[in-house]
Design a protein around this ligand. Structure first.
Ligand code: NAG
Ligand code: NAG
Ligand code: NAG
Ligand code: NAG
Ligand code: NAG
Ligand code: NAG
Length: 385
């Protein structure tokens, strides 16, 4: 998702700054937790694919899940636990989180950041206001047997993204994919994250980027980047699945000729799916921001299902949302996803809950626990799954 969520999330984080005073204490606590994170897994436990399905704990099934970009940045452990308890109670099995927070200058307000990119150099923050926050998320997921998708970089400027790299190292949002110095820094970051959690039972999959686009580029740019980066991730962690994290743009099968089906953003869904170090396809669904009607959704889902069935890899419907009539519209998409051979799981955008400092960020797509929309988009859907 790309919206002005950064403003909301900043408001949320500011509310948590008071909790930062406890960071030394948390640091000690999370160090202990990390020992727990490092538990080895046996290969049968590792989430995987089986034809068009995913498997969790060795069981092939259809899974329902959700997204929470902000959970990695919470500074209150109780809030993290609360969310995971609620996810577990709700029967949501997969949670997609941001594994990045890139900044160009060191925050002075206690804001959580994972990597400082400044003046041509990169420093990874493994401190209590850095990756130790992600450690807590991973440990909390392990305890509830919830599986995480951890994403390495944002195309958008929220939490730094590609723009934070180009600010520190030069280049543009399109040259980012092919600039060796930048890719070297990006890989070092990937290595830090993957090696930190590769033995955790909580990992569902690694994801190369959130909504990578290369506007106007030949599709070979993203294809080559995805092929070489996913091979690199597999070299670090052959056990876990790897996906791209793209919106699913660029597809001939089932195309109605509208913008999302075109190759304008430099993506070729079917070709990217052929990469053997990419385990499953991802696609998003936001008709209102793409300039198509909501009725576009069902065709978009079945088109991807078909492409994934052909590739014999599952598709993950990993972000979808509307701002009004969530129950009716998202409910229909969920039905289509569940019924389509080729779709293995869906994650609505985005989960909402009541945290110690107030509601989690609201981008109008948020489905808050305890609301009628939640009954429908979560409770009913999970029961059907
Ligand atoms: C953390 O969250 C818990 C539970 O919601 C709350 O009781 C506590 O006051 C919070 N701590 C801080 C420092 O905000
Ligand atoms: C995890 O444990 C298994 C079985 O003991 C072992 O074969 C494997 O090498 C371990 N993996 C790592 C990365 O340590
Ligand atoms: C995938 O799961 C569905 C049920 O969710 C089942 O009918 C189908 O046989 C499974 N396919 C494979 C290849 O396991
Ligand atoms: C990095 O550059 C900024 C100006 O862009 C400067 O203020 C700062 O001192 C530099 N930092 C280092 C570590 O060189
Ligand atoms: C994300 O990708 C699009 C398409 O290449 C580009 O226009 C946009 O600037 C990118 N975002 C950032 C923050 O670079
Ligand atoms: C959510 O919707 C309200 C009412 O339409 C609007 O005022 C607000 O700006 C929206 N928030 C976001 C983040 O788009």
């Amino acid at each position: 998702m790309k919206v002005s969520i950064i403003l909301l999330s900043v408001a949320c984080l500011v509310a948590h700054v008071t909790a930062y005073g406890q960071s030394i204490h948390h640091g000690q606590k999370t160090r202990n937790v990390r020992t727990h994170v490092r538990r080895n897994t046996t290969s049968g436990d590792v989430p995987s694919t089986q034809g068009s399905n995913f498997t969790i704990d060795g069981q092939a099934d259809y899974f329902a899940g959700t997204n929470s970009y902000w959970i990695s940045y919470l500074t209150n452990d109780s809030d993290v636990d609360l969310v995971f308890n609620h996810l577990q109670e709700s029967g949501l099995r997969i949670l997609r989180v941001w594994g990045f927070s890139d900044v160009n200058s060191k925050p002075t307000d206690g804001k959580v950041y994972f990597q400082l990119l400044q003046n041509g150099s990169a420093t990874i923050n493994t401190g209590p206001d850095g990756l130790q926050r992600l450690d807590y998320v991973v440990a909390a997921a392990e305890k509830r047997n919830i599986k995480l998708i951890i994403n390495f970089v944002n195309n958008w400027s929220d939490y730094g993204g590609i723009n934070a790299y180009t600010t520190a190292f030069g280049g543009t949002s399109t040259s980012w994919y092919t600039t060796p110095a930048i890719q070297d820094v990006y890989r070092k970051y990937i290595k830090a994250v993957v090696s930190r959690y590769s033995q955790s039972s909580a990992i569902f999959a690694w994801e190369l980027a959130n909504e990578p686009r290369c506007s106007g580029c030949d599709t070979s740019v993203i294809y080559n980047w995805a092929a070489s980066t996913s091979a690199y991730v597999k070299s670090l962690d052959p056990q876990h699945m790897v996906a791209i994290g793209d919106e699913g743009f660029g597809l001939d099968v089932g195309s109605d000729g509208s913008y999302p089906f075109t190759y304008a953003e430099g993506l070729d869904f079917a070709k990217n799916l052929e990469i053997d170090t990419i385990d499953f396809g991802t696609f998003h669904l936001y008709p209102s921001t793409w300039g198509v009607p909501n009725s576009f959704g069902n065709g978009w889902i079945t088109a991807h299902a078909k492409a994934c069935a052909t590739a014999q890899k599952p598709c993950l419907m990993e972000e979808y949302g509307v701002t009004t009539d969530k129950c009716e519209i998202e409910g229909q998409w969920q039905q289509t996803g569940l019924g389509a051979k080729g779709i293995g799981a869906d994650l609505f955008w985005q989960y909402g809950d009541k945290l110690s400092a107030g509601n989690s960020p609201n981008d109008n797509y948020t489905v808050y626990r305890g609301t009628d929309d939640y009954e429908c988009v979560v409770t009913k859907h999970v029961a059907e799954v």
